[in-house]
Design a protein around this ligand. Structure first.
Ligand code: ADP
Length: 230
């Protein structure tokens, strides 16, 4: 279980409260108005922001003081997930060996991950020679080799067209099911949440609310969500 215990998070003068629990293995959308604190929440869980008060636990372990690289999670951002001067294979390899030095077995894992995301023959290409969708797939392959227990996605497919976005969401859903990964995904699109998440955390009015079943939340939205949906 991921537990945010009585947390107060600050981003400049902005304050966000979070007191919630997410069962391990659940896929969760984080939805709310622009500027409500969705990215702030994700960055805090990832360890890029300090808490003002409260604690974060994963399966009972206190993560609060742990630096990002020591947390059992991986994060994908809206863009800038790949190094432009490295090939797809080298970008994926960084997930496995951040300091270089790849063994034959490592290389096998890298190639297998690229195969799993549908890019078996593109390992030698640099990001500039890949489409946006293919770049997203490489970023996902890097997450795959990291074998982290929690995956944090901050609208990573926002720049893709609708059909490609759906394809990527379905690939994420397949991958997390195969690897039993817990997913937290920021999105501004209710359809994304309804497509691949079981629960949704509504972030509004400076509160990250406890997760509610996604379908139920959108069938009967509370006032803050209704305002946002329009
Ligand atoms: P969301 O992801 O929901 O759009 P953010 O987490 O990015 O919201 O931002 C939450 C709030 O944090 C913003 O409304 C703003 O008050 C504050 N904030 C975010 N980024 C900055 C920044 N670079 N400088 C000052 N305040 C910021």
């Amino acid at each position: 279980m991921l537990k945010l215990d009585n947390c107060t998070i600050a981003n400049s003068n902005f304050l966000l409260r979070a007191d919630l629990e997410i069962e391990a293995g659940t896929s969760v959308a984080i939805i709310g108005p622009s500027g409500a604190g969705k990215s702030t929440l994700l960055e805090t869980i990832a360890g890029f922001r300090d808490l003002k008060s409260g604690q974060i636990f994963w399966k009972g372990d206190d993560l609060t003081a742990r630096p990002p690289g020591k947390r059992p999670l991986a994060m994908l951002f809206q863009d800038g997930n790949l190094f432009p001067h490295l090939s797809a294979e080298q970008n994926v390899a960084l997930g496995l060996r951040p300091n270089g030095g790849l063994s034959q077995d490592d290389l096998k894992q890298v190639r297998s991950a690229l195969g799993r995301v549908g890019l078996p023959d593109m390992g030698a290409r640099k990001p500039a020679d890949l489409s946006g969708g293919q770049q997203s797939r490489v970023a996902l392959a890097r997450i795959l080799v990291q074998k982290r227990q929690v995956l944090l996605l901050d609208e990573p497919f926002a720049a893709l067209g609708p059909a490609l976005k759906v394809e990527m969401l379905d690939l994420v859903a397949d991958l997390i099911a195969e690897t039993q990964t817990t997913l937290l995904m920021v999105s501004h699109d209710p359809q994304d949440a309804l497509r691949i998440t079981e629960k949704t955390v509504l972030v509004a009015d400076q509160i990250a609310h406890p997760p509610i079943a996604t379908a139920q939340l959108f069938e009967n939205p509370p006032p803050a969500l209704r305002d946002y949906l329009g």
